[in-house]
Design a protein around this ligand. Structure first.
Ligand code: SAH
Ligand code: SF4
Ligand code: F3S
Length: 470
């Protein structure tokens, strides 16, 4: 892998793309509608909002279903084997639809396309794919689609260079009251199991002034909650001169007046005292910290290249809980990493029990070609891996119930996000701690923060009664 430096996409390049968008919209025979299928994490969800923004500038309108769209774009993920298989399976499924509607264009983009060898594989094995591009050149969608339509030939453009920093893309946001804001792209950590650094390039932080301008715009539109995105937000600013830190950014962002600020994801090794202080003192920061631990065994953490120990993780948890006792912790856990013994797994169980997370995402290790762990000996038997993950999930369910029980009787601020599909008077929202609550309400509450008294808990959500507006 090259040692990449950040490449800022120039305003001239962005202007050239805007010209392609205008010329595309004037083409007599061109796709009129689009549908984006998104896989993976919040980064991808937000990239899809940018892809949609570009497509609408090109004159395309959203289609109600993918079968009906003139252009179907798959924004893929490759974090685990099943994510990749799902994306490729769905691309193949469209091949049949395309037989009936040959004018349909099929696109593939996102992390999977950026995997070594994938572009060639798409060219060879997926001849019905019309357009493919990587994560580092999404801003070139207008040009690539223009070329595909004009030349009626396949266009595949996957640059080696992934370390682009792109400002000024149009964004078609999914929600009028919740918004994603990217603060940094890429990752430098090279956890031994993880493909992200290979498909998303090196860490590069957006300039603080650009982030603040975006947040200010969102505040003016009445957005109630933003989520700041990065693979490791705690290292925000390390790559820009002038000593900007993540806690400092949080401080500045929260002065702009958006009621709720969230962020994802914090790497435990870089969680600073300064951030803990900011969490404790800044009321605009949501009472939630996602702090992926991955394993409770020092031996495995070392092999994973996580660069913290179980003890230092537990120490940080204690510090947070002392400074900000109302902050809920959630985590990611991997079982069956190569060489994981029963004792290692019991260490993970023990850590999960001790911390008592609000919730946890649990995964069975999935080897990713090109990563260090894929070459490590000691593959865990799949049946044993399943047994382990089932035990871990059962334990986490117990811990979640314990946390939920503590919340019953309390009044929580809830951002109302939607209406239940099954029952018109039932509404749903999220507490500051990021827990779903269901309650009786009215449609005028959607997008507002209301006070809800928690009365009961089910397996994954709370139930409550509205007490009033915020
Ligand atoms: N940047 C984030 C994680 C992004 S990936 C962080 O470091 O916290 C989200 C989660 O997917 C990871 O936390 C990890 O638990 C899981 N994951 C990543 N690679 C994996 C693999 N090869 N097999 C199984 N789970 C994996
Ligand atoms: Fe992957 Fe580790 Fe980077 Fe997270 S911090 S994206 S797990 S390499
Ligand atoms: Fe996200 Fe998947 Fe890419 S988790 S960064 S979409 S590999």
């Amino acid at each position: 892998m090259k040692n990449e430096t950040t490449v800022r996409v120039t305003p001239e390049e962005m202007a050239a793309q805007a010209r392609f968008a205008r010329e595309f919209s004037a083409l007599p025979e061109r796709p009129k509608t689009y549908f984006i299928v998104t896989y993976g994490c919040q980064m991808n969800a937000h990239d899809s909002e940018k892809l949609a923004g570009m497509l609408e500038e090109m004159g395309l309108a959203p289609a109600p279903a993918r079968e009906q769209a003139d252009f179907v774009l798959h924004n893929t993920c490759c974090i685990r084997d099943n994510a990749e298989r799902k994306a490729l399976g769905n691309v193949t499924w469209l091949k049949e639809i395309k037989k009936e509607r040959p004018e349909m264009l099929i696109g593939v983009c996102g992390c999977m396309v950026q995997e070594p060898g994938m572009a060639e594989k798409l060219l060879r094995q997926y001849p019905f794919v019309d357009v493919a591009f990587g994560t580092g050149n999404i801003h070139r969608l207008p040009e690539l689609l223009y070329r595909a339509v004009e030349t009626k030939r396949r266009v595949v453009s996957v640059p080696d260079e992934q370390s682009t920093l792109i400002e000024g893309l149009p964004i078609r946001r999914e929600s009028p009251f919740q918004a994603y804001v990217t603060i940094m792209y890429g990752c430098n950590n090279f956890c031994s199991y993880c493909i992200v650094p290979y498909v998303r390039g090196r860490e590069r932080s957006r300039e603080m002034k650009d982030i603040l301008a975006e947040v200010e715009g969102l505040q003016k539109k009445g957005v109630q909650e933003i989520m700041l995105l990065g693979q490791n937000v705690n290292s925000y600013g390390n790559d820009v001169p002038g000593g900007v830190t993540f806690p400092r950014l949080l401080h500045e962002v929260s002065r702009l007046g958006i009621p709720r600020i969230r962020f994802m994801t914090s790497h435990p090794k870089d969680l600073s005292d300064e951030l803990i202080r900011e969490m404790a003192e800044n009321p605009a920061l949501c009472r939630h910290l996602h702090l992926p631990v991955q394993s409770g065994s020092n031996r495995i953490l070392e092999a994973m290249n996580r660069r913290y120990t179980r003890e230092s993780y537990l120490e940080k948890v204690e510090k947070i809980r002392k400074a900000a006792p109302d902050v809920g912790l959630t985590t990611d856990l991997i079982v069956a990493f190569p060489g994981e013994t029963d004792a290692d797994f019991e260490d993970t169980m023990d850590l999960a029990r001790r911390v008592c997370f609000d919730s946890a995402f649990t995964f069975i290790y999935s080897p990713r070609e090109g990563t260090r762990a894929a070459k490590m000996p000691g593959r865990v038997d799949p049946a044993l891996a399943t047994e382990r993950i089932e035990r871990l999930i059962a334990l986490q369910e117990e811990m979640t119930q314990k946390r939920f029980a503590e919340m019953i009787g309390k009044t929580e601020s809830v951002l109302v996000t939607g209406q239940s599909r099954r029952n018109e008077t039932q509404f749903t929202g999220k507490t500051s701690r990021n827990i779903s609550v269901n309650f009786e309400g009215g449609a005028d509450m959607i997008g507002k923060i209301v006070q809800v008294k928690i009365t009961a808990a089910s397996k994954t959500t709370l139930k409550g009664v509205v007490e009033g507006d915020a």
